[in-house]
Each structure stands twice: as C-alpha cells, then as structure tokens.
Design a protein around this ligand. Structure first.
Ligand SMILES: [Mg+2]
Length: 160
C-alpha cells in the first residue's frame, strides 16, 4: 500500500488491554463496549486502523476481530493493514524489549507508508520512551479503552 492511497490519519491499534481487559485476556475475545468506543474514534476522525497487536499474526483472531467490528457497525475495511514483524534482536545483537519492538515496528510502518500523515498508537504497554507524546495514548490494562482515552485519541488524531 502506498502513501497515496492513505490520506486519512492512522491509528495503530493494540488489542489485548485496549479492546479487552486483564480479566478477559489470554484468548480470542474483545468486549463489545470497548469496540463501540473505538468506533467513536473512527467516526470522529475518519482514521484508518493499522493492527500493531500480535493478533495480526493469527488469521482466526483477525477474522473474529473483523466480525466484532461488524457487530457494532464499524466497517471492517477501516482496517488497512498491519505492522511488519521485526527481529527481536537489533543490528548490534541486543535483545529488544516488547516495548522497543512494538515501538520500532510502528515507526518502521510510519517511515514506509505514513510519512507526513497524522498518526497515533494506542496500547496498554508503556511506549512513551519509544514514541512522542503526540503519537501515543496509553490504556489501563484493567479497564481497556476508556472514555478519556477516546477523547485523547480524537484530539491527537484531529487537525488541531
Ligand atoms: Mg496489549
């Protein structure tokens, strides 16, 4: 996908701890209420979604996620792609932390496709060392995507 086909802001979406909570994690599950909150972000900002979650590696999980999107009236075509998987060791042979890996995978996507676009990553992992404040919203794993997070995302994804 080239940059010319993506004119909308990009939302890099983690799933576990964002669309479900620590109580519900560890399987193929997202909470409809939290998906509805995500829909509010999409409706307000017309963003495209790029999956940064490891869910992207499982076809059955992605099929389930698309189905859950459909159930709340969120057009599944809003999912425009996913980040690529980097090696867990960098060029110097240093093992990357999950946070570094996730952050680097997102930045690699932005460098290739999203140059010049507004973008934000939402994740329950603490990516604030890897990403600028304008490009990151952190959820609480115990509650998932909150109404406050929704407002933060809308603000950061909007042209203000
Ligand atoms: Mg997570």
């Amino acid at each position: 996908m080239s940059a010319s086909t993506l004119q909308t802001p990009l939302l890099f979406l983690d799933v576990d701890g964002v669309l479900n909570t620590s109580l519900q994690q560890g399987g193929k599950y997202v909470h409809p209420l939290l998906v509805k909150r995500l829909k509010k972000v999409v409706d307000s900002t017309h963003c495209s979604i790029i999956i940064s979650s490891t869910w992207r590696k499982r076809d059955d999980y992605m099929q389930y996620l698309r189905g859950m999107f459909g159930d709340v009236g969120l057009e599944e075509m809003v999912i425009k792609g996913n980040t690529i998987s980097l090696e867990v060791t960098n060029k110097e042979g240093v093992i990357l932390t999950p946070e570094q890996l996730r952050g680097d995978e997102i930045k690699a996507y932005v460098a290739e496709v999203g140059e010049g676009l507004r973008w934000v990553a939402v994740d329950d992992m603490d990516l604030c060392r890897e990403l600028e404040e304008d490009n990151f919203v952190r959820t609480n794993v115990e509650s998932g995507l909150s109404s406050k997070n929704v407002n933060e995302l809308i603000e950061k994804l909007s042209n203000k």
